[in-house]
Design a protein around this ligand. Structure first.
Ligand SMILES: C[S@@+](CC[C@H](N)C(=O)[O-])C[C@H]1O[C@@H](n2cnc3c(N)ncnc32)[C@H](O)[C@@H]1O
Length: 244
């Protein structure tokens, strides 16, 4: 089975649950990735934005409410159905498709937001090229992915003693699987470290402007399963600009 098919099937199964967590729950994306991403999306009023890998439309809705003209592109049809319903009173165009073959013309968007989607592609080069193609000159790409640190933990036997652990699989390549908290559905994914991401972007005609490592605000009232993340970088968010 291809990665795309596997990803599509996994998201078809968890679409409702994913949406519920994103909207209501104490979820890492909502508490960490989202505020950090918005801190990089400064002036969006009147801007034409492609929400690439838009999922159930969480970002699309917020961006449209802030005055942007939003277009959502998503692989999975269940997610699109949720997005259409969630954003029904807003003028947003949702399309089914893949970020490595974007169904829009060249030089079309002011901003491409690719939130937590690039790591589903084994070879993300084509998608980065597509982001550049559909962006106007000097257009912005805001791209986020899981921080490699949270994929590099080592399991130890806990005898009640503190241990120092070196992260020795930080550069490990290849596919791995993650699950939503309390879910059995496994989602395939690839690691995307800083070196790979920055090489990808600069080789493809982007100038990196800002990099953020999103964490959790320890003042938040967090549930037990999230407290362990305090002090740990959870997501990488990169803002870059298309160079002519
Ligand atoms: C972790 S979710 C993020 C959704 C949304 N960006 C958000 O932040 O709520 C990843 C989404 O990317 C979609 N996706 C995965 N591979 C894709 C591809 N090649 N093209 C478009 N969407 C894709 C999945 O179906 C899923 O809805």
């Amino acid at each position: 089975m291809t990665d795309k098919k596997e990803t599509n099937q996994s998201y078809a199964k968890i679409a409702e649950e994913y949406h519920k967590k994103r909207v209501e729950g104490n979820d890492l994306n909502k508490l960490s990735e989202e505020p950090t991403t918005f801190s990089l999306l400064k002036s969006i009023k009147g801007k034409k934005i492609l929400d690439a890998g838009c999922g159930s439309g969480i970002y699309s809705k917020k961006l449209a409410q802030k005055g942007a003209k939003v277009y959502g592109l998503e692989l999975n049809q269940n997610m699109i159905n949720l997005a259409k319903n969630y954003c029904k009173n807003l003028n947003i165009e949702f399309k089914q498709g893949s970020i490595d073959k974007i169904p829009y013309p060249d030089n079309n968007f002011d901003i491409v937001l690719a939130s937590l989607v690039i790591h589903y592609l084994k070879k993300p080069e084509r998608a980065i090229k597509e982001f550049r193609r559909v962006l106007k000159d000097n257009g912005e790409l805001i791209l986020s992915t899981t921080h490699p640190i949270v994929e590099s933990f080592i399991k130890i036997k806990d005898n009640g003693r503190k241990k120092e652990i070196l992260i020795t699989d930080y550069f490990k390549k290849g596919k791995y699987y993650w699950s939503l908290h309390n879910s059995k559905v496994k989602i395939p994914s690839y690691r995307m470290g800083f070196e790979r991401l920055s090489r990808l972007l600069s080789k493809s005609g982007f100038f990196i402007q800002e990099i953020k490592e999103a964490t959790l605000n320890k003042k938040l009232n967090l549930p037990a399963h999230l407290k362990k993340f305090i002090g740990c970088p959870i997501f990488i968010i990169i803002k870059s600009r298309k160079i002519k």
